[in-house]
Ligand binder design. Structure first.
Ligand code: MF3
Ligand code: CO
Length: 248
């Protein structure tokens, strides 16, 4: 079942997602060499509480933190323990909240000080891949068209898409149907309709797409320890271009 949202529900999702993005922007501004990533979670918790939201990830399937902080070869679900960022790192920050009954979910990858050309290119291509996916999310196309747009763009640039984790429907639940892989064939999967709301989230590696999950059961890293980047937006399907809900 895919839950179609009314305009009133989408309005609530605008609020939840604007708050997610406002907080992500604050966290991005904190990133610099010497920062302990634990402070990012503290800040996210503090602002979320102040604004009346609830962090969405903490306790979700037993995830132990409010925030995912994924450094370098970590793809997603990095747990923000004590770790000091250093010049040249890249750091993925993924955040979700529940606000007035609806979820918001978004992610960015940011450079720490000066980074290598390769790392910088990986970030740019991953962000661009997200926008290729968003552009394909229009009425009458299918979910496979989104997947294919992302995969073909990324692979055309010589990078790999991660296959173990996917984008997803979102709204009254953090994860709703459908799941939206970042690889696939055009003209396959469910037909996209107005009022659907999706979290698209390409994860891209500069090496192979193989994944290893560390012994904490969460931290997903590239098997070959190559760098990985991740961007995510929550969007709503409209009559025209999709609306990006996670902006502020
Ligand atoms: N954006 C990720 C997702 O949609 C983050 C989830 S973290 C988890 O899967 F802990 F909630 F799983
Ligand atoms: Co998500």
């Amino acid at each position: 079942m895919i839950y179609i949202k009314s305009e009133q529900e989408i309005e609530k999702m605008r609020h939840a997602n604007a708050l997610v993005m406002e907080i992500l922007t604050m966290l991005k501004d904190m990133v610099r060499p010497g920062l302990n990533i634990k402070r990012l979670e503290r800040k996210a918790d503090e602002v979320t509480k102040e604004k009346g939201g609830i962090p969405a990830f903490k306790g979700y399937n037993g995830y132990p933190s409010s925030l995912c902080v994924s450094v370098n070869e970590t793809i997603i679900h990095g747990i923000p323990h004590n770790r000091i960022l250093k010049e040249g790192d890249i750091v993925g920050i993924d955040y979700g909240i529940l606000f007035e009954g609806f979820y918001g979910d978004a992610a960015i990858t940011v450079p720490v000080g000066r980074i290598s050309k390769e790392a910088s290119r990986l970030i740019t291509i991953t962000r661009e891949a997200l926008f290729k996916g968003i552009k394909s999310a229009v009425v009458g196309k299918r979910v496979g068209d989104i997947s294919h747009a992302i995969q073909s763009y990324v692979e055309g640039k010589g990078f790999s898409v991660i296959r173990e984790f996917t984008g997803h429907g979102i709204g009254k639940e953090l994860h709703e149907n459908p799941s939206i892989p970042n690889y696939g064939s055009p003209c396959t999967g469910i037909v996209i309709e107005k009022g659907m709301t999706f979290a698209l989230e390409p994860m891209v590696s500069s090496g192979s797409h193989e994944v290893e999950v560390l012994s904490d059961g969460w931290t997903a890293v590239t098997k070959d320890r190559s760098l990985s980047a991740h961007f995510e937006h929550t969007i709503a399907i409209t009559d025209g271009e999709p609306e990006i809900l996670s902006k502020h």
